[in-house]
Design a binder for this molecule. Structure first.
Ligand SMILES: NC(=O)c1ccc[n+]([C@@H]2O[C@H](COP(=O)([O-])OP(=O)(O)OC[C@H]3O[C@@H](n4cnc5c(N)ncnc54)[C@H](O)[C@@H]3O)[C@@H](O)[C@H]2O)c1
Length: 343
């Protein structure tokens, strides 16, 4: 039961690798470490008690991806590998179109080229999409049939890859494709051995808050306190990365057992404001998290949370962990690894 994880050394991929081992699968990590550190592989071995095979290289290299598929014959592929910094995507759109759309095309072509060969399993893919495909949603909670749009080149790449997958599946109904729209993944493995390791200044709220709590930054900038939300700050659906990882296992099992493609939201179904996250992190860490109010950021939406009903019905999956657990696990990771995976 080999499962190939492109971008498997990254934040979500590494937690999913652990969940797959626990569920009896054999993950194989394909990664070029453009946004991760090779030290994660040793941490994964410590957590799982097994060596997870690593294929080091670029998903854009189609002939090489074909050779990896031939070697491991995975029953499923999870495509995490992508660049994900929204601000960078605005500054360098071509990089994002090349890596994210080009990377998906390369992987899909490699899967298509090898699918018809003897002993190759039916093409089965899980794609990392994002709640960003809902753009600025008209209301909450968000169901999967809400209209899709994009507010930046990163979000645009997710939209284009979703459309590519729909067209591919229409042309080749034997493909089994799960499109997972993640809400806001946070937290870390409870061992404190793996977690989110932003290369420089974090783009996301929770790792920034963690770095303020540990003293790496003086204060958090809260972008806008005049949104139409209970405390005026932006509200998001934070989901523990362990719950998200379990969602991937459930999605793979559903694809393999039922043989049908689907698109689901992976979120908790409830939102928390920026200030609620700050307070929860202060409780978890016992440290103050100073903040200052800054102007709204262009493109930020007031509130965004999932309707997770379809995921529950289709996958038998539901997020379990609370905001306090998310903060406690993020803090354990931050404290034990102040420089992430770097020594
Ligand atoms: N973290 C989030 O908030 C979030 C939210 C929604 C969707 N997503 C999507 O989930 C996926 C995983 O996100 P993450 O947070 O784990 O990101 P991450 O950057 O931690 O992981 C991505 C991994 O892919 C690798 N990679 C990138 N380009 C590659 C390439 N061309 N070839 C091989 N490896 C490559 C990186 O080295 C990294 O290990 C991404 O597709 C991202 O867009 C993330």
């Amino acid at each position: 039961m080999n499962i190939l994880l492109t971008g498997g050394a990254g934040y979500i991929g590494s937690h999913t690798a652990v969940a797959l081992v626990e569920a009896g699968f054999r993950p194989i990590v394909l990664d070029n470490f453009s946004n991760s550190h090779p030290a994660v592989m040793e941490r994964l071995a410590r957590i799982t008690g097994t060596t997870i095979p690593l294929e080091r290289g670029d998903v854009l290299d189609t002939p090489w991806v074909e050779s990896v598929l031939r070697q491991h014959r995975p029953v499923g592929v999870v495509h995490f590998a992508a660049d994900k910094a929204v601000g960078e995507s605005v500054a360098q759109p071509l990089k994002y179109f090349h890596h994210n759309i080009g990377g998906a095309v390369s992987l899909l072509r490699a899967m298509e080229a090898t699918a018809s060969e003897a002993d190759m399993p039916a093409p089965t893919l899980v794609f990392s999409s994002s709640a960003t495909v809902y753009g600025d949603p008209a209301s909450v909670p968000i169901t999967e049939d809400f209209p899709r749009s994009h507010t930046n080149p990163y979000g645009h790449t997710k939209l284009v890859v979703e459309d590519m997958l729909t067209a591919l599946n229409a042309a080749q109904p034997n493909w089994r494709i799960a499109t997972l729209r993640y809400f806001n993944p946070v937290g870390a493995h409870p061992s404190g051995l793996i977690g989110e390791d932003p290369a420089d200044i974090p783009n996301n709220l929770m790792p920034y808050v963690a770095q303020v709590a540990i003293g790496r930054h003086e204060a958090l900038s809260v972008f806008g306190d005049d949104y139409p939300t209970p405390d005026g700050t932006g509200v998001r659906d934070y989901i523990h990365v362990q719950d998200l990882a379990a969602g991937h296992v459930a999605a793979l099992q559903t694809l393999l057992n039922k043989g049908k493609s689907f698109t689901v939201n992976l979120g908790t179904g409830r939102g928390h404001s920026v200030l609620e996250v700050v307070k929860a992190f202060e409780r978890a860490s016992g440290r103050p998290v100073p903040y200052r109010i800054a102007p709204r950021r262009p493109g930020d939406v007031a509130q965004c949370w999932a309707d997770p009903t379809r995921a529950e019905a289709l996958l038998g999956w539901k997020a379990q962990r609370t905001l306090d657990e998310m903060c406690a696990d993020a803090w354990r990771w931050q404290q034990g690894n102040p420089n992430g995976y770097r020594p």
